[in-house]
Design a protein around this ligand. Structure first.
Ligand code: GLA
Length: 728
């Protein structure tokens, strides 16, 4: 067991291969956090100190002991109203309007296997791979119960946290705020690393010193958002890519979130991850409960690189599910940047013919194949095939494509509705909007109320009748706007943002059950819902609407801090690029797209014979390394925001083979040589460069690096394959 309870001093210890997490129930029944970090032995409660702190209140039952204050003590799940004036993990409004929750320990249970969460995605693991600790806390006045869940994946150095709030009292309560994890650090100075962005430029690295005051990132957009990703790193101030201590917090949720950090009056640091408190007032009637989505924690004493690899493995093996969890993904040709809305069935068939000739596995018919949809102003909600536009039925289309030896996939946007649609005319109340007010439009569309079962069922039936028409082996599930006008008919608007996401998950779960072999790629205007929650249903996500190779190096760099390459949808697009106007060689575009689930987003009909030949080679090359790329260990070799080059590499688990990719970002006259040190090799093993036949010690390549050619031209890219040799 990776979890044990020491009865005498009521201490819980969670141990993974390299980390220890400890907490204790104190004399008053409060659950105090003791430690999280590198592996330790023994009881860590010697770290707790007690001093009389002015203006820090004392719980009534400590009597005259003024040295006991929750304002100072490290806690597992701090609640509003108990004299802790730092941010709270939980805020509850009781029936009498008071905002207080006094949770004390009641009991606990330790069991084999990993807990699951009803209606929510969560890390899963076999009975022998994980253990669970469930702690029951209760407020004896209101009857509110809190169940704290801890999952320990010992081998993976992963600890998960989640919580369930149950109203066991008589009256109605309202949950105003709830986190799934709180980390209290008793000492030290920390930075928070978060990833901000915008549509078409997601997940930029940002490092901020956690100072006094409250620092928060989050989303109020209904989705996890392009603007802030629901995952952060808390690092000691001198931690770097390869050195130093850091902690990760990844929220397994695709909706509104809040991550807060605070350095308090006594130099302690609190970081919390959970549900966004804005637009959230969740009423719980007697016996009702609310499950707070999970946060995945991990710790590294060797910088961000190791932390990322721990997350990659966890997400790849314990979040992603289904047939494609392990199976290599098909290489796609997507019609969007090839034709946008301007296509007929013949265009798609022509793309499929090109795909067949180039060795591309699958063609994806993107937006525009249904209802009245020749631009983005109408048709969403009308999931009927536009046979007039296609010139055939969907069955005939898939048949023709399959006959060419190519698989077929389609784009859908099930959560959206155009006002100019049959669905809106029939069911205007299906859209989320506030009565008597004009709704806020986004991309000239509204959002369907997925918190309502009848709405989901209607769309589900419509979609199934499309998906059943032919052999559709892939869908791209998109959502192209943020939520606004939060309102619900039953006067429970405080529930909508949360119930919406659970509705989405319910829909996706049903879709997976009905079409277990179908690959679901999710998307929200590119990477607007790129989170561990959606990966439970969709093992790959269109990373960004920006397909420019140079911008993508930065976007994929930021994405790589938590999410494995196998989840990153990445395609080679036309040049000049449609988002930036930049021209980059086909070779460089290929190298960048290979750090993802490879594909194309262009019309091969516009390419020269030489370019097509190059694409054929590119595809062979990708197929050769697909296993290593999608399942190998990923190392960042540069910071493309500061360095003259973007570089990364993949190393096989046995470290026998490695693939290094380098793209020069700066070119100058009389160029100095760039040396790129690689990582992850066996220091005293010999590796052969597969192209040149030259052999090197792993130590040499890791310590001194590889000199890069000083080629002329913009953004040249290099690929180096290293294979272990038994002797020099
Ligand atoms: C979003 C997606 C694109 C494309 C369009 C279609 O922007 O991110 O890839 O599918 O929608 O409208």
């Amino acid at each position: 067991m990776a979890i044990w309870y020491q009865k005498e001093n009521r201490t819980f210890t969670l141990q993974t291969a390299h980390t220890t997490y400890q907490m204790k129930v104190d004399d008053f029944g409060f659950l105090l956090h003791l430690y999280y970090g590198g592996k330790t032995e023994g009881d860590m409660d010697y770290l707790l100190t007690y001093y009389d702190r002015g203006f820090s209140g004392n719980p009534y039952d400590v009597g005259n002991d003024r040295t006991y204050s929750l304002d100072v003590l490290p806690q597992e799940y701090p609640c509003m109203g108990m004299g802790d004036y730092r941010g709270s993990a939980l805020m509850i409004q009781n029936e009498d309007g008071s905002e207080c929750c006094d949770l004390r320990y009641v009991s606990h249970e330790i069991r084999r296997g990993k807990y699951a969460l009803k209606g929510l995605p969560a890390v899963y693991a076999g009975e022998d791979e994980a253990d669970t600790l469930e702690i029951l806390m209760a407020d004896s006045v209101s009857g509110v119960q809190l169940r704290l869940f801890y999952g320990v994946l010992e081998k993976e150095d992963i600890i998960t946290r989640s919580a369930k709030i149950v109203n066991c009292g008589e009256g109605r309560i309202v949950v105003e705020k709830a986190a799934s994890a709180c980390l209290d650090f008793m000492s030290g100075s920390y930075d928070m690393i978060s990833f901000y962005g915008r549509h078409a430029m997601e997940r930029n690295f940002q490092r901020t010193w956690i100072q006094h005051g409250n620092y928060a990132i989050g989303s109020r957009r209904g989705t996890s958002s392009h603007q802030y990703n629901p995952a952060v790193i808390v690092a000691e101030r001198n931690t770097t890519e390869d050195m130093g201590k850091c902690y990760g917090m990844v929220f397994v949720y695709s909706g509104n979130f809040l991550c807060e950090a605070e350095h308090d009056q006594f130099g302690q640091t609190r970081v919390m991850m959970g549900l966004q408190s804005d637009l959230f007032h969740y009423p719980l009637e007697k016996k009702q409960e609310l499950v707070i989505p999970e946060t995945i924690l991990t710790y590294s004493d060797q910088g961000f690189g190791k932390l990322s690899r721990q997350y990659h493995k966890c997400i790849r093996e314990h979040i992603c599910r289904g047939k494609y969890q392990k199976q290599l993904r098909p290489i796609l040709l997507n019609s969007w940047e090839a034709a946008y809305f301007d296509f007929t069935g013949e265009t798609i068939l022509k793309l499929a013919r090109e795909a067949a000739e180039l060795g591309i596995d699958m063609i994806v018919m993107d937006d525009g194949w249904f209802g009245k949809r020749d631009d983005d102003n109408s048709g969403l909600g009308d999931w009927q095939v536009n046979e007039k536009k296609l010139g055939c039925t969907l069955k005939e289309m898939t048949q023709k494509v399959n006959d060419m030896g190519v698989k077929f996939g389609i784009w859908i946007e099930p959560e959206s509705i155009s006002e100019d649609s049959l669905l809106f005319r029939e069911h205007p109340d299906y859209a989320i909007r506030i009565p008597k007010r004009n709704p806020v439009r986004g991309r000239n569309q509204l959002v369907l109320d997925f918190s309502r079962k009848e709405v989901r069922e209607h769309v589900f039936d419509q979609l199934c009748s499309v998906l059943d028409q032919g052999k559709i082996e892939y869908i791209k599930w998109d959502l192209n706007r943020s939520l606004t006008d939060i309102y619900s008919k039953e006067n429970q608007q405080g529930k909508v943002t949360y119930d919406y996401v659970l509705g989405l998950y319910d829909f996706l779960e049903k879709l997976m059950e009905r079409y277990p072999d179908m690959l679901i790629e999710s998307c929200s205007g590119g990477g607007g819902r790129f989170d561990a929650g959606i990966m439970y249903y969709s093992p790959q996500i269109w990373c960004s609407d920006n397909t420019d190779a140079v911008d993508r190096i930065r976007i994929q760099y930021g994405t790589s801090f938590f999410y494995p390459v196998s989840t990153v949808g990445s395609h080679v697009s036309a040049t000049p690029n449609h988002q930036t106007g930049r021209s980059v060689s086909l070779h460089t575009r290929g190298i960048v797209a290979m750090a993802g689930t490879f594909g194309y987003e262009l019309d091969p009909g516009n390419l020269s014979r030489e370019e097509k030949e190059e694409i054929r080679k590119q595809i062979c090359e990708y197929k050769k390394y697909a296993e290593l790329i999608q399942k190998g260990d990923y190392y960042r070799l540069s910071d493309p925001f500061c360095d003259a080059y973007g570089a990364w590499m993949f190393v096989s688990e046995d470290r026998e083979e490695a693939l290094v990719h380098v793209v020069m970002l700066e070119v100058h006259g009389n160029m100095p040589v760039n040396y790129v040190p690689v990582k992850g090799l066996i220091a005293d093993a010999v590796y052969e460069d597969a192209d040149t036949g030259r052999c090197y010690y792993g130590s040499a390549l890791m310590e001194a690096g590889i000199p890069m050619p000083a080629d002329l031209g913009e953004y040249p890219a290099y690929q180096i394959t290293l294979r272990r040799k038994r002797a020099l």
